[in-house]
Design a protein around this ligand. Structure first.
Ligand code: NAL
Length: 328
C-alpha cells in the first residue's frame, strides 16, 4: 500500500486533500499527533484513532500522543491529581495495542501548557475568538448543556497545541472537526500555520446501531473486557441480516456496528479474516478484504451469528495485549 493510501484509508475526511497529497509525497520524518483526555483504560474509540496512527507510522510518519491532562481537567473529568495518575496508565496500553514504541512520543499537556509563552498566546487566541464559536467547537466534545468558561478555553488550547507540538497532521475523530476548523481559522491571526487535519469516522453504538459509540453511554468495548464480556457484547450487537435498513422502521437511520467494527478495527490490523463455520453450514470462510465480507453478509451467504463469532475472536486478539498489560 502506498503512503497516500495508508494515510487516507478509512478516513471520513481530510482537510485538505492537496495538503495531504503533499505530505504523502514526502512522509519521512513528518509528525502526526492525536490528543486524548486521559481516562485510564483504552476503549474502542481510542483504538480507532490509534489504528490511523499505526497506518501513519507505516507510511513513515513520527507520532506524538498528547495525554491531555489539562484538557480533561477543563472538561470536568476530575481532580488534576486523579487525571495525572490515569494518564500514566494509558501510555503502556497504547504500546501494548501496537503503536511503534521507537517512534511514538508521549507528551503530557501540563508539560508545556502552563508555560508563560503558551499562556500569552492562549490569551491572544481568546481575543480572536467569539464565545459562540468556541461553544460550537465544543458541541460534540463536552456533554453538558451549558458550556463553562473552562470548556470555551479548551478548543483554543487544542488549537494552540498544534504549533506548540510542531505537528504536520492533526488526527481525531469527526467529533473533533470543529476544533480543527477553528484552529485553521484562528492560528494565522497569531502568525501560526493552519494545520492539516484527518478525521476518522464515528462508529454507531454497538447495541442499537444508532448515534455514536461512546464510553460514557451505551455499549462499548474496552481493554478491561474479558473474552466473555466481548463475546456477550458482540452477541447482543445490532446486526440486521441484510442491508435492510430498520426492522422497527421508526424512521431513525441505523448503521450496522458489527460491519463498522470489521471495517475500521479488524481489517486494518489483520491480513485476512477467517469466519469459522461447521462443515454442515458450509465450512470456514476466508476474507482478504472488508468489502467481500460486507457483500456476503448482505446477500445472506454469511449469517450474522457467524460474523459475530468471528468479530469477537478478532477483537479479543486486538485487546489481549492491553488486557495483559492492565493485569501487571
Ligand atoms: C485532543 C484532546 C485534547 C487536547 C488536544 C490537544 C491537541 C490535539 C488534540 C487534542 C482531546 C479531545 C477529546 N478533544 O475529545 O478527547
Amino acid at each position: 500500500m502506498d503512503a497516500h493510501e495508508l494515510i487516507t484509508r478509512n478516513a471520513a475526511e481530510v482537510v485538505t486533500e492537496e495538503e495531504i497529497e503533499a505530505l504523502a509525497d514526502d512522509p519521512e520524518g513528518k509528525r502526526a499527533y492525536v490528543g486524548y483526555e486521559p481516562s485510564g483504560v483504552l476503549h474502542i474509540g481510542h483504538m480507532l484513532t490509534a489504528n490511523k496512527l499505526i497506518d501513519l507510522q507505516e507510511a513513515g510518519f513520527e507520532v506524538t500522543v498528547l495525554l491531555a491532562d489539562v484538557h480533561a481537567y477543563l472538561n470536568d473529568k476530575g481532580s488534576f491529581e486523579e487525571i495525572r495518575h490515569t494518564a500514566e496508565r494509558m501510555r503502556d496500553q497504547f504500546i501494548a495495542y501496537g503503536l511503534d514504541e521507537s517512534n511514538t512520543q508521549f507528551v503530557l499537556g501540563s508539560d508545556f501548557q502552563l508555560d508563560d509563552d503558551y499562556t500569552l498566546d492562549l490569551h491572544a487566541l481568546e481575543l480572536e475568538t467569539t464565545l459562540a464559536r468556541a461553544e460550537r467547537a465544543m458541541a460534540e466534545i463536552s456533554s453538558g448543556d451549558s458550556v463553562k468558561v473552562s470548556q470555551a478555553v479548551y478548543p483554543l488550547m487544542q488549537a494552540l497545541d498544534i504549533p506548540y507540538l510542531g505537528v504536520d497532521i492533526a488526527v481525531g475523530g469527526m467529533e473533533q472537526r470543529k476544533v480543527h476548523m477553528l484552529a485553521r481559522d484562528v492560528l494565522p491571526s497569531i502568525d501560526r500555520e493552519p494545520p492539516t487535519s484527518l478525521h476518522t469516522p464515528l462508529i454507531a453504538d454497538l447495541g442499537t446501531g444508532r448515534g455514536k459509540m461512546s464510553s460514557s453511554e451505551g455499549v462499548t468495548i474496552s481493554m478491561e473486557d474479558s473474552r466473555e464480556d466481548i463475546e456477550s457484547k458482540v452477541n447482543d450487537a445490532y446486526c440486521p441480516p441484510t442491508a435492510d435498513p430498520d426492522p422497527t422502521d421508526d424512521g431513525v437511520e441505523r448503521d450496522n456496528p458489527v460491519l463498522q467494527v470489521f471495517e475500521y478495527h479488524v481489517f486494518p490490523r489483520f491480513d485476512a479474516v477467517t469466519v469459522e463455520r461447521p462443515e454442515e453450514y458450509g465450512g470456514n470462510l476466508k476474507y482478504d478484504a472488508y468489502d467481500d465480507l460486507e457483500a456476503d453478509l448482505e446477500s445472506g451467504e454469511l449469517h450474522p451469528a457467524d460474523a459475530k463469532g468471528a468479530l469477537a475472536e478478532y477483537l479479543d486478539r486486538l485487546i489481549a495485549p492491553g488486557r495483559q498489560q492492565l493485569a501487571e
